[in-house]
Ligand binder design. Structure first.
Ligand code: PLP
Length: 398
């Protein structure tokens, strides 16, 4: 059996998204900036996609939607625009959390080198940022608050409407990285007082390499890519209409079926949580209720998440882990340690992320295999032996 349970890393393109992509390659392949008929037909498809995206997040106007190369670029542009744009008004302070995606954290680090001050809020134990902490962190010179809509690793959903209302009342810009939320959770940028928002096509069954920056009218964006006057002069480069149209269709599809999808996927999620929680010395990371419908993140003490992952892969189960032996750093997930999960427990973590294509049989298969793989690695682990012999203290209760 092959089980793809890594939809938070990337999704497969849906049939509607693929069809739209191919339709564009065949029929709307012009450059929308060209004045001839091919260009103009393509321009219409682009306009329609912009309208669709705007409607899905209840943006007031379609021209508040800017197409980018993905979530990372949208995050970069949002933060850089807010910081550099408000610098001459004496605002040099930014607020974010320590569990953000690296597209946010590394951009913040770059802005710190330019002289901005950044406050990194630590969430509560359940992975949710306390609104009171945001309020306490806001200063006279705060330009922007950037808090993600929902976390990509442990799924916690942040109090976005509350932070939006707070920022509005304090006159501070509010950006949210909604890459994991778009098409999966209801988003209303007006009701939630969101000034800027990032999305990415490949996290909701659209193509890779395409994303959206929503920026409320009145916000002055600063270019990351210089060149032609595309995207109201704010993002140069010949417009990738097939990817944009395909992404818009995927987003609309997710939004049109959101309620039923959420019900179905959260049932799979809860089934897996139920099936794993009887493994001794394991814990669910992230809030059990306020979490993405498809996200399950568990820590198992005394084992290496990466070993579990590779072993599960041999059984056809594809997931991800919060340990990072083979990736660029030896440190375990900054998200898990950032919310206070002990380093040992963060090393022994696995993330499963489901979508509507997954089934209960797949979940049951995962439950069976995780039980046996965790047991096998514990039996082999000197670290686990120390725990059993009382030479080390458990960091997760039984
Ligand atoms: C995937 C992801 C990104 C990056 O999006 P890309 O389109 O891959 O650049 C940013 N933020 C979060 C929360 C993500 O999950």
């Amino acid at each position: 059996m092959r089980v793809y349970a890594d939809n938070a890393a990337t999704t497969y393109m849906s049939d509607v998204a693929k069809e739209k992509f191919i339709e564009c390659l065949d029929k709307y392949n012009g450059n929308p900036n060209s004045l001839h008929s091919d260009g103009q037909r393509t321009q219409e498809v682009l306009d329609e996609a912009r309208e669709t995206v705007a409607k899905c997040i209840n943006a007031a106007k379609a021209n508040e939607i800017y197409f980018t190369s993905g979530g990372s670029e949208a995050d970069n542009q949002a933060l850089i625009s807010a910081a550099r744009g408000l610098k001459n008004k004496g605002k040099k302070h930014l607020i974010t959390s320590n569990i953000e995606h690296h597209a946010i954290l590394h951009t913040m680090a770059k802005l710190e080198k330019e002289g901005f001050e950044v406050t990194y809020l630590k969430p509560q134990k359940n992975g949710i940022v306390d609104v009171k902490d945001v309020e306490d962190a806001i200063r006279e010179d705060t330009a922007l608050v950037s808090i993600m809509f929902a976390n990509n690793e442990m799924g916690a959903i942040q109090p976005i409407p509350e932070i939006g209302a707070l920022c509005k009342s304090k006159g501070v810009l509010f950006h949210t990285d909604a890459v994991q939320a778009a098409a999966h959770l209801p988003i209303d940028v007006q009701a939630m007082n969101i000034d800027m928002l990032s999305m990415s096509g490949h996290k909701f069954h659209g193509p890779k390499g395409i994303g959206v920056l929503y920026a409320r009218n009145g916000i002055r964006l600063i270019n990351i890519i210089e060149g032609g006057a595309q995207e109201r002069g704010k993002r140069a480069g010949t417009i990738n209409v097939p990817a944009i149209a395909s992404m818009a269709v995927a987003l609309k599809d997710g939004c049109d079926h959101m309620e039923e999808n959420m019900a179905k996927v959260s049932k799979l999620r809860d089934r897996l949580i139920e099936g794993l929680k009887d493994i001794p010395y394991s814990q669910l990371n992230g809030d059990p209720v306020k979490r993405l419908p498809g996200n399950v993140n568990f820590s198992f003490e005394g084992v290496e998440g990466e070993s579990l992952l590779l072993h599960l892969d041999m059984y056809g189960i594809e997931c991800s882990s919060g340990s990072a032996c083979t990736s660029e750093s030896l440190d375990p997930s900054h998200v898990l340690t950032g919310m206070g999960v002990p380093v040992e427990a963060a090393h022994g973590s696995l993330r499963f992320s489901f979508d509507v294509e997954n089934t209960e049989e797949e979940v049951d298969y995962i439950i069976e295999k995780v039980h046996s793989v965790v047991q096998r690695y514990r039996d082999l682990s000197p670290y686990w032996e120390d725990l059993v012999n009382g030479k080390r203290e458990h960091c997760i209760p039984e």
